[in-house]
Design a protein around this ligand. Structure first.
Ligand SMILES: [Zn+2]
Length: 197
């Protein structure tokens, strides 16, 4: 079960909920009901022992805790920003994920090696390809494979040399992606991928 970070955006007074949920989208939706401030999933940790991970994080940030409304859920809210918890996601490695930006693949330039640079995976900080996979948001990052001369992600098994066309919108990207899926990989990888989608 993932331990999630959900951000409540409220001008300068941002707040973060650290909790556990099987269904992150469902939890975010439930929390949003009756809250006029937008809530966003920032990231999550796929913890083996989620209760322990959650407890550790609650203790780590105890000084930032908001004891608001005195309810039982108040202890899960903290005065934290996405940049504050980035390290926690990083340290989780292959178990750490960011909620991807939907425009992550908008190409904004190219580096010295001609590798396209994208708008970014995350809304709150720019993350390098090597540290965070732009396809699944995993902090295993993508690693260059000498054998294939391509970049590979251990989490979602994406293998690419980024020689893809540029896309104006996500629909075009998805169409291209679907076509690409048909050309490669076995059923195991496909099943794994659709589970992550
Ligand atoms: Zn990935």
């Amino acid at each position: 079960m993932p331990v999630y970070f959900i951000l409540e955006e409220n001008n300068a007074d941002w707040r973060m909920k650290i909790g556990r949920a099987t269904n992150l989208k469902g939890r975010r939706g439930a929390l949003q009901t009756g809250n006029s401030r937008p809530l966003k999933v920032v990231g999550w940790i796929e913890a083996v022992n989620e209760a322990e991970t959650e407890k550790r994080l609650h203790e780590k940030y105890a000084a930032h805790n908001i004891g608001r409304d005195g309810g039982s859920s108040a202890r899960e809210w903290f005065h934290l920003q996405p940049a504050d918890i980035l390290e926690d996601l990083h340290r989780a490695g292959i178990h750490g994920f960011v909620e991807k930006n939907t425009d992550a693949f908008e190409v904004v330039g190219h580096d010295r090696d001609g590798v396209p640079e994208y708008l970014g995976i995350w809304d709150w900080s720019s993350l390098e390809l090597e540290e965070c996979c732009p396809f699944c948001g995993c902090f295993c990052g993508m690693h260059f494979q000498d054998a294939s001369q391509m970049f590979h992600c251990l989490s979602c098994d994406e293998l690419t040399d980024f020689s893809q066309p540029e896309f104006d919108n996500e629909e075009d990207y998805r169409a291209w992606k679907e076509h690409e899926e048909c050309l490669k990989v076995g059923p195991a990888t496909k099943a794994r991928r659709s589970r992550l989608d």
